[in-house]
Write a protein that binds this ligand. Structure first.
Ligand SMILES: [Zn+2]
Length: 251
């Protein structure tokens, strides 16, 4: 079993340049592109549909929603915590089922990357449309204040327990074991950030990012510092670090 997928060009985070739109039965998930020529392609591919389901509200996932709704009359389904600049017809809760006519999709509330993030599992299978829980290309960033590492790790663990195959918003399908790698990677990064604080003493997230990501080719230090901040907030909640002004230290 596989979903119909159409990758459309979007203003997403490099190195990714496209967002996957998925279709099952009378539903399209994440009609993402704000560009007219891509929306035209998307409309022809989608055909007559009844619902637009969202994984989450980030701009590189919702750019084509209004256009597709205007031309098809489809209803928009999104989680109650999703904040979008258009009308939502149905607020989805965890466990909601959508009969697409070609299979039932079950909503999995999986926040951490975005408030109100939903993954969609095809009932009776291990196939899960994963949104931005994982990526087949590039990485997933957790940006403050929305990004929350504890919540994200719990969402990854939950989906890992349900899925065999993850269908991400960027890049090709991935084995569910990728979620394990993501969890391990976040813990590895956390230890690296702690090591920097242990070695250098009080440091800003920018300084920590520079120290850890200096060897990573093409690293975006602004995004890297935001990641550090998200990890430090997680450590702060555990009482393992303290924050004093712009600097962070080991507790
Ligand atoms: Zn996102």
């Amino acid at each position: 079993m596989s979903f119909d997928v159409l990758a459309v060009r979007t203003p997403t985070l490099p190195p990714a340049t496209h967002t996957n739109c998925y279709r099952l039965g009378d539903c399209v998930i994440d009609p993402a592109s704000p560009y007219p020529e891509e929306q035209e392609r998307l409309r022809r591919w989608a055909g007559p549909i009844r619902r637009v389901l969202l994984t989450h509200h980030h701009h590189d996932h919702i750019g084509g929603v209004e256009e597709l709704v205007a031309t098809t009359g489809a209803a928009v389904w999104a989680h109650a915590d999703a904040q979008v600049p258009f009308r939502v017809d149905h607020r989805v809760a965890d466990g909601d089922r959508v009969d697409t006519g070609a299979g039932v999709l079950i909503a999995l509330h999986t926040p951490g990357h975005a408030d109100g993030h939903l993954a969609w599992q095809l009932e009776g299978t291990g196939d899960v449309i994963a949104g931005d829980l994982v990526a087949g290309e590039g990485t997933i960033v957790l940006l403050p204040p929305e990004g929350n590492l504890a919540v994200y790790l719990a969402s990854l663990a939950r989906v890992r327990g349900l899925a065999e195959r993850l269908w991400p918003a960027h890049g090709p399908p991935q084995p569910a074991a990728l979620a394990d790698h993501y969890i391990a990677h976040r813990h590895m990064r956390t230890s690296q950030f702690l090591d920097v604080l242990a070695t250098r003493g009080a440091s800003t997230p920018e300084a920590v990012a520079e120290s850890v990501y200096a060897s990573v080719p093409g690293a975006n230090l602004i995004l890297a510092a935001a990641q550090v901040r998200t990890h430090l907030a997680w450590l702060l909640a555990q009482g393992r670090v303290t924050e004093c002004g712009p600097e962070w230290s080991l507790a």
